[in-house]
Design a protein around this ligand. Structure first.
Ligand code: HEM
Length: 398
């Protein structure tokens, strides 16, 4: 491998110089078993399923914190109608959070499989290096899930359970932090040998990385505006009483209108923390440029829509669908851009120097796509049944 090739970052020669100044790569060799489908297909499936995972993650992180805050502020004013309104809105969000968690997990598995197929040499290595934290996700997830059920039951009864919600949020935030740590460590082969030399036990976290904190905060902040649009969606539900729906629409609109610009600010920090070569690589690729512009357009529309909802309190199904479409568009664009960030970074570090073998098994691919479409049809039918169901009034169980 020639680290001195033009366009290759200079540090690579420095950091990967083996004996006699010969550049060596920290990436393990390419798997001799070829990929069974084209890379573009894996990539498309990866981006779509990961965007859906991110939507669920943002609903969980944002919805949980909003429900926690509404429970805290509502229980402080039990006697007054504004307090009851907040407690009812908190319960409306809280009772849906265990369901959101099922989506977080089930929509996390497909992109994990696709990421391992496409980036296994980097992702397995970083996962092993922080193995104890990575495995800890399973147990943190169980604790978070259990707390979500406790919180939902307490919130539906109008009890002061904000501390359970807060604890669940802190655990979910810690899981997000571990994911961000792994997804950034997989891009840093230059630190792997030293980390492994320090400890093979998977107990040490990576050395300082300026890209990690903004990236994690970006995901945490995104939860707020996504939760705001989720509240507008809930405002369209007939199962809730009119004052609760108005409250959800107005406060959801306000939350999203305030937090979209904050996330845009953090997006700027995420980008400025990247090395110059990565930023240039991203702006030089038409697909990533389009994804970046697409994200800006989607969040700008989300901001305008949220500001409108703040003022007009639209308690309608249509407003809910607009919210859903905006979140989906923003997440698809962000996930595509994020994918570019990874590919450009890895390309600069020689990840793609060894080509991956592809031997497409079209009959299996066809079967997979057929089952996939049938599955989507099944889910669409289930959703349509749910939407047509007679609504059951949602009140505090007191
Ligand atoms: C409370 C639970 C969870 C939270 C809060 C969470 C949060 C996150 C966050 C913040 C990221 C982005 C990290 C970054 O790039 O900086 C991420 C990525 C990811 N998560 Fe989750 N996650 C959760 C559970 C799961 C589960 C259970 C799975 C799989 C079984 C999963 C699969 C993934 C995958 C595969 C990625 C990144 C894939 C890629 O970069 O290609 N997540 N998650």
């Amino acid at each position: 491998m020639d680290a001195a090739r033009p366009g290759r970052p200079e540090w690579r020669t420095r950091l990967f110089s083996g004996a006699g100044g010969v550049a060596v790569s920290a990436f393990p060799a390419v798997d001799p078993i070829p990929l069974p489908a084209p890379v573009w297909l894996f990539k498309a499936l990866h981006i779509v399923t990961l965007a859906l995972h991110f939507i669920s993650v943002e609903l969980l992180l944002g919805g949980l914190l909003v429900a926690t805050w509404l429970n805290l502020s509502g229980t402080g004013r039990r006697g007054d109608p504004a307090g009851v309104l907040r407690l009812t809105a908190s319960a409306a969000l809280a009772r849906r959070l265990p369901i959101v968690m099922t989506y977080v997990i089930n929509l996390g598995v497909p992109p994990l499989l696709f990421a391992q197929v496409l980036y296994g040499r980097a992702l397995y290595t970083s996962s092993v290096l922080i193995g104890v934290y990575w495995i800890a996700v399973v147990f943190l997830l169980m604790a978070c899930y259990w707390l979500l059920y406790r919180f939902a039951a307490g919130a539906e009864a109008g009890r002061a359970v904000w501390w359970q919600g807060l604890l669940a949020w802190l655990i979910a935030g810690a899981i997000a932090r571990i994911y961000s740590t792994n997804m950034t460590l997989m891009l840093r082969p230059e630190v792997w040998p030293q980390m492994y030399a320090n400890s093979a036990g998977g107990l040490h976290l990576p050395p300082y990385d300026p890209t990690l904190l903004p990236r994690w905060v970006f995901m945490l902040i995104g939860g707020f505006w996504v939760a705001g649009l989720w509240m507008i969606w809930l405002a369209g539900r007939k199962s809730l009483e009119a004052p609760v729906r108005d409250y959800l629409a107005a406060s959801g609109g306000r939350l999203a209108a305030i937090m979209v610009p904050v996330q845009a600010g953090v997006a700027f920090l995420v980008l400025s923390a990247q090395p110059e070569i990565v930023r240039r690589g991203l702006s030089g690729e038409p697909l990533y440029r389009l994804a970046g512009l697409g994200w800006i357009a989607a969040v700008a529309l989300a901001f305008l829509f949220a500001a409108w909802a703040w003022r007009t309190k639209p308690a309608t199904r249509a407003a809910g669908w607009v919210s859903a479409a905006l979140v989906l568009a923003a997440m698809l664009a962000m996930t595509t851009y994020r994918d570019g960030l990874r590919d450009v970074t890895l390309a600069g570090k020689g990840f793609f120097d060894e080509p991956t073998q592809v031997v497409t098994n079209w009959s299996v691919v066809g079967l997979f796509l057929g089952v996939f479409v049938v599955g989507l049809g099944g889910v669409a039918w289930l959703i349509s049944v749910m939407m047509r169901a007679k609504p059951v009034a949602e009140r505090l169980a007191r």
